[in-house]
Design a protein. Structure first.
Lengths: 288, 221
């Protein structure tokens, strides 16, 4: 199954036979105090740096989250979408838990965006999926409901099924426009969580064949040497069926890890892209 | 083993989070005639304070904080009934919950473990806790602190709704309100009228102790 995201001029395809889709996580003020203050003051200059660094690192889609407390998130989302689309032709992933912010972002976006995200809660499904349908966007589904974030992979699969059934049945969204998040939790809080994520990925692949994404940095929260942990996690998840991740696209260790996965999992015929990337890096060094 | 050696060893074992050994040594200490308050204040609590300090410095990591907290909580299960008999002043009671609309609980659970580790009594109301449930729990348990956790920008406004509910129930003055969660900031905590905010579980305990000390000083003055 293939999911196509678009900007005004560029398509990016997510799918099991495609290069692993690197969604840059950086345009997000959570935990970034200075960035939060800048956004509250209407200063978007930091976004331009984040955009450039993530493109340089190998991002294929950019996540945009404007959730700075005490700021007008909808207004910021519109301004950010316009600014980013004037600087890059990468498709965007519009990230908010506020429906109005998603709607404002979708209305100002040129192309086919990825909406981040909808849960399996009835109220959220009926608020967000109509927007996804109306704007012809794609959407990330999180398998949690009103009660809990389930630990059991089978329960996650049931909630994923609810999202898929509601989106396709009630709102006529093609299943290829749904990415399911198998839920990546901090390994530091419980060392079983990644096994559950991998099992969920495996179930999603065998039961639905849908595309998948997750927040890769969550896994290493609270641990030292975070990059090494994520760099080990992404290949495992990729082998279990993960087709994209919201991740730190500025990190050469992480981006190289997923590009090596493409090669190792037969998504890079004759290693053409791997070798080309090596040559490009060599040329940059020689040129510098 | 002298009493000093025993306390030192209990401190060391709590610091590294060896639950079974901490439990065993606590029992040994009690049998040897050490009082529950001595074990608590001269070994267990100092060990957890050191865990917090190391975490703040970046020398300790989340799993180490978790196992130390759990080791301490295991010892407290044995000590708490004895402490109640001696009539020792409790360190404090905390009512904690993730706000209505929000099912995220990893952060809240970490904070609970550190509170329990510091000797607090924790009443965990779970996730999706509506304002009226917080009100009921405050009436029932008379806590020193009520903690609201939120992980989403959409659920953070429940802090204000909860505080309004406490005001309406006439309980606002009886309890210190603490808030936290990934998107929460000190500014946000100030705007909604919370008494305390902390950015991690260890700092939450420090802040709670400050709030309780301030309240008890105000009462006795």
């Amino acid at each position: 199954m293939e999911t196509v995201l678009r900007s005004a001029t560029r398509d990016v395809v997510i799918g099991p036979g495609q290069p692993f889709c690197v969604i840059g996580e950086r345009i997000n003020p959570t935990g970034r105090r200075i960035f939060q203050e800048q956004l509250r003051a209407g200063d978007l200059s930091r976004i331009e740096i984040d955009v450039a660094q993530q493109i340089e690192g190998g991002a294929m889609v950019l996540d945009v989250n404007m959730g700075a407390p005490l700021a007008d998130e909808a207004e910021l989302m519109v301004a950010a979408v316009k600014l980013i689309q004037s600087r890059t032709d990468l498709p965007l992933c519009l990230d908010s838990s506020i429906v109005e912010v998603l709607e404002a972002g979708l209305a100002s976006y040129q192309g086919k965006a990825l909406v981040n995200s909808v849960t399996a809660e009835d109220e959220r499904l009926d608020a967000i999926l109509p927007l996804v349908a109306r704007y012809g966007a794609a959407v990330i589904g999180l398998p949690n409901d009103e009660e809990e974030i389930p630990a059991d992979p089978r329960r996650r699969l049931e909630l994923a099924a609810k999202i898929i059934d509601t989106a396709t049945g009630k709102y006529h969204i093609p299943i290829s426009d749904i990415l399911i998040d198998p839920l990546a939790m901090p390994i530091g809080a419980d060392t079983e969580v990644v096994l559950r994520t991998l099992e969920t990925l495996d179930l999603l692949r065998s039961e639905y064949g849908v595309n998948t994404t997750l927040g890769a940095s969550n896994v290493s929260f609270g641990m030292p040497d975070r990059t090494a942990i994520v760099a080990a996690f992404l290949p495992m998840a990729s082998a279990a069926g993960l087709t994209s991740a919201i991740m730190d696209a500025r990190s050469p260790d992480l981006v190289r890890a997923v590009r090596a996965c493409d090669l190792l999992l037969n998504r890079d015929e004759w290693g053409g892209r791997w070798i080309a990337a090596h040559r490009a890096a060599q040329a940059r060094q020689t040129g510098a | 083993m002298t009493n000093d050696e025993l306390l030192r060893q209990l401190y060391d074992l709590t610091l590294v989070g060896n639950g079974p050994a901490v439990l065993e040594l606590t029992t040994t200490g009690l049998t040897a005639g050490l009082g529950p308050e001595t074990l608590l204040y001269e070994a267990l609590i100092p060990a957890l304070e050191e865990v917090g300090a190391r975490f703040e410095r970046g020398d300790f990591f989340v799993p180490e904080m978790l196992i130390a907290g759990k080791a301490m909580a295991g010892a407290l299960d044995v000590l708490r009934p004895l402490l109640a008999e001696t009539g020792a002043e409790s360190i404090g009671t905390v009512v904690m919950g993730t706000v209505k609309g929000d099912v995220h609980d990893i952060g809240k659970n970490l904070v609970n473990i550190m509170f329990e580790g510091a000797g607090f009594k924790v009443i965990d109301l779970g996730v999706q806790v509506p304002p009226e449930r917080f009100v009921e729990a405050i009436v029932e348990h008379r806590p020193d602190i009520v903690g609201f956790s939120a992980f989403l920008t959409t659920t953070m406004p429940m802090f204000k709704a909860n505080i309004n509910a406490l005001n309406k129930a006439g309980l606002r003055d009886q309890v210190a309100v603490m808030v936290g969660g990934a998107p929460v900031t000190q500014e946000y905590a100030d705007v909604v009228g919370a008494d305390g905010y902390a950015s991690d579980a260890s700092a939450a305990v420090v802040r709670a102790k400050e709030l309780i000390a301030a309240r008890r000083a105000a009462v006795s003055a």
